[in-house]
Design a binder for this molecule. Structure first.
Ligand code: DGL
Length: 275
């Protein structure tokens, strides 16, 4: 029995990751779920993000998905490890849940010549320390500086990503990051919303600093994972379909989704309480 690959985010942001995954691996079927009714996750507690994420992962499993990608840094930082280590062995030992942090931390050091990298993310991701801890496993000694940018998600969600307000907050957070680590030569957009601000961020970055977004990195890593795990790959259906669900209003999701995914989307509403 084959089923789609599940892709999860707190809202629309994961669509920037799905877009790159679909580019790289168009043959698979995908179900996307945005938990818009309860987003943003960025400022929520560990417990809340864990419970919300687990609830959505269990929904994917009931749809038959054998593989779920958490295309959300906050969920990957706060919920993934507990789900993988504590929940999966009991509820679905033959299914897999992957995140976006590991694929990025495995390679980030390869891009730096100065040995200093910057991480831009939500409050929750920064507070979790997931990036410094994971990067240290692959690149011990690499200096990691973090900056929480809590205004960036609301800017994107309110279509203000090209405004003077966006300039103000981007400059403010980049200045603060480079005050902490002046030798930084690689900056990672460690939040799935931030690629929408990429052009503006590039305008304000010091010359010579490389800007990385995660979509392509996660897509490459997923392709590699499927190649290395034929037992999971064999369970993924391949008819090139994409189905979208949101826990909030479909109209709002569809409007935003076009911006984040780059093509028109027609979503269905999901009420988790009746599932
Ligand atoms: N998708 C989240 C992330 O990548 C950002 C939005 C939120 O805070 O829910 O961290």
């Amino acid at each position: 029995m084959q089923n789609p690959i599940g892709v999860f985010d707190s809202g629309y942001g994961g669509l920037t990751v799905l877009k790159e995954i679909v580019n790289k691996l168009p043959q698979y079927d995908y179900i996307y779920l945005g938990d818009n009714a309860r987003s943003p996750y960025g400022n929520r507690s560990f417990d809340t993000v864990y419970h919300y994420t687990l609830e959505c992962v269990e929904w994917f499993f009931r749809q038959g998905c054998s593989l779920v990608v958490l295309a959300c840094n906050t969920a990957s930082a706060k919920a993934l490890r507990t789900i993988q280590q504590n929940d999966l062995p009991g509820i679905a030992p033959d299914k897999r849940v992957l995140g976006v942090i590991r694929p990025t931390t495995e390679i980030i050091g390869n891009f730096s010549e100065t040995g200093s990298v910057g991480i831009l993310a939500t409050n929750g991701t920064v507070a979790s320390q997931s990036y410094p801890v994971e990067i240290d496993k692959f690149f011990p000694g690499l200096k990691v500086y973090q900056e929480a940018c809590p205004m960036w998600v609301p800017l994107v969600e309110n279509n203000e990503y090209d405004s003077h307000g966006a300039d103000y907050f981007i400059k403010k957070n980049l200045n603060s990051l480079f005050e902490k680590g002046e030798n930084i030569d690689v900056v990672l957009l460690a939040c799935t919303h931030y690629p929408l601000l990429k052009e503006k961020i590039e305008e304000h970055l010091p010359v010579g600093v490389k800007l990385l977004s995660q979509g392509e990195i996660v897509a490459d890593s997923l392709a590699d994972y499927l190649h290395r795990h034929p037992e999971i790959e064999n369970k993924c259906s391949k008819n090139g379909t994409r189905v979208f669900y949101t826990t909030d209003a479909t109209e709002d999701f569809d409007n935003h989704a076009t911006t984040f995914f780059g093509e028109a989307v027609q979503s269905a509403h999901l009420d988790l309480e009746t599932q």
